[in-house]
Design a protein around this ligand. Structure first.
Ligand SMILES: [Zn+2]
Length: 396
């Protein structure tokens, strides 16, 4: 038997895992424990503690891995948490673990740790099980801004905050003051901005400069060898890695790292889509209903769509994270007739099965006939072009 664990009752209710083979379910629980342990360590304590890792979830994952190794007669048992992290997670692709996954999960060649950090697969696995591991995924500040904006009856302030953070990764002192003074009638706004940015630390600059990635527009980390590392997996693996833009870091403020990850990076494709729809004549509202959707676009003719942008590499994991869309109809200011899950087009390039896997594993898609999953290019091609440029806004 597996040891009983405090989180067992929640883990047993992992979405999409009931009713299937128990080995597959055990495999998913084990992977969730290990992946969330890795993300938890890297989120809150940084690289130093990853070198001497300890986390309850890693210990629980290790216990279950020992059982799985025994069951499958695997020769090498992990000897401890450090071995689990630095041997198993960093060097063994999932096909070499004694685990069983749905073939659509396309887990075989994936590593959990790459270059000392949780991989994109690892992070997406954690994001796909938010009820289990919400504590490692959400920033306390995001929750606070959302709650206060709601209590003030000013949900648009939350949307403005996300928009400003997505647009501004580095600020000069004068720019920071201008941004803090943007909503003088909303007392907490200046404090939210203060808490979102920090002075560029000396280890974040080289010769008084800091690099900004040309791909994702975010500040980059100075490495020991004086090279620069982008915070986005997509850029780090792509063509933008070696050609940054430099800005003066003296006295400058940078967006806090957790907000780069949770707000600015996901916000980029959302903002690009919003601007593309505005060019087609729509009035585009960002994050309506305190983020119930990413975008509602309403054309003067009355045509209206609601969109969630989902920038995931793995469609099997994305499928688990799709939620019900809000039912806004009739006189509701954000009433829309068609809902879309919009995937950045490059995510599906060379992956014919992406949208099919997504459809096959998403109960939210199969139970909401007015909701469709498409690429962003396909979505734009389905929208009317009403000639006069619209606008991107944050409220009704
Ligand atoms: Zn980048």
């Amino acid at each position: 038997m597996f040891p009983s664990v405090p989180a067992m009752s929640i883990l047993d209710m992992l979405p999409g895992t009931t009713g299937r083979g128990s080995t597959q379910r055990e495999s998913e629980v084990l992977l969730t424990l290990v992946a969330s342990g890795l993300v938890g360590l890297s989120s809150w304590q940084g690289e130093v503690n990853l070198r001497r890792p300890y986390d309850d979830r890693l210990q629980l994952g290790l216990d279950r891995l020992a059982v799985a190794c025994a069951r499958t007669d695997s020769s090498t048992l992990p000897t401890g948490i450090a071995d689990l992290v630095w041997e198993w997670c960093a060097t063994k692709p999932m096909r070499d673990w004694p685990l069983v996954f749905d073939p659509d999960a396309e887990a075989d060649g994936e590593l959990l740790l790459v270059d000392g950090e949780p991989s994109e697969f690892c992070r997406e696995w954690v994001r796909a099980t938010p009820d289990v591991v919400g504590d490692v995924h959400e920033s306390a500040l995001v929750r606070q801004v959302k709650d206060v904006a709601k209590a003030l009856g000013r949900p648009e302030l939350y949307a403005h905050w996300r928009l400003e953070l997505t647009r501004n990764t580095l600020l000069s002192p004068a720019e920071l003051i201008r941004l803090k003074n943007r909503f003088l009638d909303a007392a907490p706004w200046a404090e939210w901005i203060d808490e979102s940015y920090e002075p560029v630390p000396s280890e974040g600059m080289v010769d008084g400069q800091i690099a900004v990635c040309r791909g994702c527009r975010q500040w980059m980390t100075a490495e020991r060898d004086a090279s620069w590392k982008c915070p986005s997996w997509r850029c780090a693996q792509g063509r933008f890695a070696d050609d940054p833009e430099f800005r003066s870091a003296q006295g400058a403020f940078r967006l806090r790292a957790e907000l780069v990850r949770y707000i600015a990076l996901p916000g980029l494709p959302e903002l690009e889509l919003a601007e593309a729809l505005a060019r087609l004549g729509a009035r585009v509202v960002l994050y309506p209903g305190l983020d119930a959707l990413d975008v509602v676009a309403i054309w003067p003719s009355g045509f209206a769509i609601g969109v969630d942008v989902k920038d995931w590499r793995n469609p099997y994991l994305l499928a688990r994270s799709i939620k019900r869309f809000p039912e806004w109809t009739g006189a509701h200011p954000y009433a829309y007739s068609q809902g879309y899950i919009a995937v950045p087009t490059d995510r599906t390039r060379g992956k014919d099965r992406y949208l099919r896997i997504l459809g096959r594993h998403s109960s939210a898609l199969s139970t909401q006939p007015q909701l469709q999953a498409v690429t962003i290019d396909e979505l734009i091609s389905r929208c009317p072009d009403e000639g006069v440029r619209g606008e991107v806004t944050c409220g009704p």
